[in-house]
Write a protein that binds this ligand. Structure first.
Ligand code: AMP
Length: 522
């Protein structure tokens, strides 16, 4: 382990740590056994509220134990996959916790998947059971294959519903469970890949962040993130490990979120940059009482320095930006006690080792590919040996595909882009993020994504896709870039769009952009 990483952990923890002891502290136990231990201690304490439906730690534990008993009764065994495909609800969380407790592997999926997308995942993962809402049920029936299908959010159309599963006999957590999860990558650049995550992976990821962010049983978390993604689930994990409380909204609405923060005196907020953007634009934000928040976390996509500053003016704090991925969990974070420099994601979280691979282009300014290693990091893609060999070295380093630069003075990390998003224009490398940061400063730019569009002359040409705030003068935008960037990095064209194509986590879908260059006009 590099000395620099050790020093970074010390900064986060405020104490010296011996790597082997830290590893044990991060990975010990299973999620279900830890959640059960919390429930034994704080059974009556409120745990979770989802769109008004609430349960205490003890109630969640009892329901998870019954759902686990139901799955066991249906022959679901250790490591069998269990599909979870429904909009956010308390029932969905109970189904997830029951799956973990049975020692099976939860497979959380976005409730809005199309029939084709779901068919791909079912063929890939072959789940033994499924907890689904009505829409997904129709897709499932068409594809067939899953033997036990439990309805969530309503009656079971002849089959069992979650209420029936809750009638089963409670069972204790499986002592030697299979992988906790088969998570799927968000697939913004290709078909989603399955990422098996062990209980130790998931525990290390959230415990490292909880230590760094000083999480306690008194915390109250609010978020409106989908529970089909690690970001949203990590809030549930932290809550059930600490015995704290979480309020989750099924849909993001600034007013609803801010009301929940004020009503529950929330101390922690999890959100993605697109949500901070909408909070900042919401006319009620000035009157909202957000004074209870001790920590506002941003992750999953780049937080622009300009937005970080606007949010700081609203919340009285720069959001704490952190960086992570499905494959490697929560990896890098700014320090709880600051400094929080917008544009920087901070230092490796406890347990994580970070290094940069030498840049293939030898281009100093873009830094190198971010490599991560530690108990948080997965052990290989599901049934994809080639993708695994590409992504993981034999000694456990994960190639993230993200590019970064480490500050020579303080060792903090800046994300400069993704290697797959690299534009090669006239033989020269252009990193979209560098151009986006300049454009984000222009007052008429509400959101921007820069991408390469095939061009006979340049191979690829740099194009800026902009959502405008008022009148937008494309020439002025290009001129701003020319002041700040080398000519080859400046957009050749500006395409104005009503919305950027994004997935549910607010990540721009680069695959969709290039096709919009032709019909967006300029
Ligand atoms: P996912 O697997 O859906 O969590 O996506 C992980 C990817 O999101 C990373 O590989 C990064 O490209 C991106 N990402 C996550 N956090 C940040 C951040 N703070 N800044 C920039 N990109 C981020």
């Amino acid at each position: 382990m590099a000395d620099a990483d050790h020093a970074a952990w010390r900064r986060h923890l405020g104490e010296d740590v011996e790597p082997a002891a830290l590893r044990e502290r991060l990975t010990a136990g299973t999620l279900s056994a830890c959640f059960a231990a919390t429930a034994a201690e704080r059974g009556d304490a409120p745990a979770l509220e989802v769109d008004g439906a609430a349960a205490s730690h003890g109630e969640l534990d009892d329901r998870a134990a019954r759902v686990a008993g139901f799955l066991r009764g249906r022959g679901v065994a250790r490591g069998d996959r269990v599909l979870l495909c429904a909009p956010t609800s308390l029932e969905l969380v109970v189904a997830y916790l029951g799956t973990l407790r049975a020692g099976a592997t939860a497979m959380p999926c976005d409730a809005a998947l199309t029939a084709d997308e779901l068919a791909h995942l079912l063929g890939d993962a072959r789940p033994a059971a499924a907890f689904v809402a009505r829409d997904a049920r129709e897709h499932l029936d068409r594809v067939g294959r899953v033997t036990t299908v439990v309805a969530i959010g309503g009656p079971g159309d002849g089959g069992p519903a979650l209420a029936d599963a809750l009638e089963a006999r409670a069972i204790a957590p499986e002592p030697d469970p299979g992988p906790a999860m088969l998570a799927y990558t968000s697939g913004t650049t290709g078909r989603p890949k399955g990422v098996p995550l062990t209980h130790a992976n998931v525990l290390a990821s959230i415990r490292g962040a909880m230590l760094a962010w000083r999480w306690t049983a008194d915390d109250v978390l609010v978020h409106a993130l989908p529970l089909s993604h690690q970001h949203g689930l990590s809030g549930v994990h932290a809550t059930l490990l600490a015995g704290s409380r979480a309020v989750v909204a099924g849909r993001f609405e600034p007013a609803v979120l801010c009301d929940a923060i004020a009503a529950r005196r929330a101390t922690v907020l999890f959100a993605v940059p697109a949500m901070y953007e909408r909070l900042d634009e919401w006319e009620g934000i000035a009157g909202a009482d957000l004074s209870s928040l001790r920590l506002a976390v941003s992750g999953s996509a780049p937080l622009s320095p300009a937005l970080a500053e606007r949010i700081a003016a609203r919340l009285g704090q720069v959001p704490l930006e952190r960086y992570g991925s499905t494959e490697a969990g929560l990896d890098v974070s700014n320090l709880y006690d600051g400094p929080r420099r917008p544009g920087r994601v901070g230092w490796p979280l406890p347990g994580i080792e970070l290094r940069l691979a030498a840049s293939e282009s030898g281009d100093e300014a873009s830094g190198g590919e971010i490599l991560l290693r530690g108990p948080q990091v997965f052990g290989g893609y599901w049934h994809r040996p080639e993708a695994t060999a590409e992504a993981l070295s034999e000694d456990g380093w994960f190639r993230t595909g993200d590019l970064g630069r480490v500050d020579a003075q303080d060792g903090s990390l800046e994300i400069t882009g993704r290697s797959k998003e690299l534009i090669i224009s006239g033989g020269l490398n252009v990193y979209p993020r560098e151009v986006e940061i300049v454009l984000e400063e222009h007052p008429a730019v509400e959101r921007v994504a820069v991408a390469g569009v095939p061009s006979e002359r340049w191979g690829e040409e740099v194009v800026a896709f902009v959502v405008a705030d008022g009148d937008l003068d494309a020439e002025a935008l290009i001129a701003l870039c020319r002041e700040r960037l080398s000519a080859y990095k400046c957009p050749k064209r500006v395409v104005v769009l009503d919305e950027l194509p994004v997935n549910r986590m607010g990540k721009v879908r680069r695959d969709a952009l290039a096709t919009m260059a032709g019909d967006g006009g300029d």
